[in-house]
Design a protein around this ligand. Sequence first.
Ligand code: MTE
Ligand code: MO
Length: 347
Amino acid sequence: MQKPMRVMTERPLNAETPAEHLTSWITPNSVFFDRNQGAIPPRRIPLTRWRLAVEGAVREPLSLGFDAVRRLPKASAADTLECSGNGRALLAEKAAGNPWTIGGVGNAVWGGVWLREILNMAGLAPEARHVAFEGFDAPLGSAGVTFVRSIPIEKALAATLLAYEMNGEALPLKHGYPLRALALGWTGANCVKWLKRIVVLDRPFEGFFMDKVYRVFQRGQDSTAGAVVTGLKLKSIITQPRPGERLPAGRIAVLGAAYGGESDVDRVDVSLNAGASWEPAEFIGPHEPFAWRQWQFLWTAREPGRYTLMARAADPEGRLQPLRSEWNVLGYGSNGVQEHAVAVVIV
Ligand SMILES: Nc1nc2c(c(=O)[nH]1)N[C@H]1C(S)=C(S)[C@@H](COP(=O)(O)O)O[C@H]1N2
Ligand SMILES: [Mo]
């Protein structure tokens, strides 16, 4: 039986994937995390009614039907999607927002078309610098702000997919049916669901979801003083065992996943003694750009007692995942080794 999602809020729906479902390279659609600022559309929009507008700093504005999108060359890519706030609840110092532990992340193989195909069809004007995406989900709350985010033109042209398939199925309603953006290797906020409009701009889009949130800032600072959240940070999570578990002495499979967005993961080390010493984990399963790597460490636990397990990822340049996360008001990019430690008891 599938373990139910850990629902943090119902309206809008924000729910994290139980750790048990993070142990496979592909995260099944049925348990993929849900993160919404607005209301999930109540039903699938009929494809004959759906259109995608492409406008702004382009030579020829477009209005594409779903068939026109489907006729473009099909592309597919793996991408580990993580909410900017994943891991926030593990921070020692409280930060505002949904209390994600480790399950605000998942990996899928997405099918669709490269955004560059569509931008090339429209033809970029010389002043094109940013690409804004607008979803058609109805805003929730008094502010009534539509979810709009923009990304730099370089990212839009290099590695941004417009996906209509998720793990071989039509994109599920909750995950943006019929079409969503995926800035590969960048946090979820940069991956607008339920696309209806793409606007090419000469500067970043200005609005609530660009300027008030998804910025890394400190207390007493204005949000706009902080950098916009972009690529995933280097991080490793332990998916098995879970904190507080009591396990019989003997062989124990420690499992986890490590990811770094646009950066590759080269190595994961595991510590069984709160970071005093480290041993290499072994990778299992596929190794693809923008996708996490699953790893395991086979531990022979002989002595009963309390153990603090840690995992630390390294990129190909030898840069290590930090021991502690860099705190910020909204708790983005929580990737500290210590915050992600798992204490268990061998009995
Ligand atoms: N239209 C729209 N797109 C959106 C959002 C939203 O609220 N509305 N939330 C964003 C955020 S913050 C995240 S983390 C991802 C979550 O995608 P998922 O629900 O498919 O996991 O969608 C992003 N795209
Ligand atoms: Mo997010």
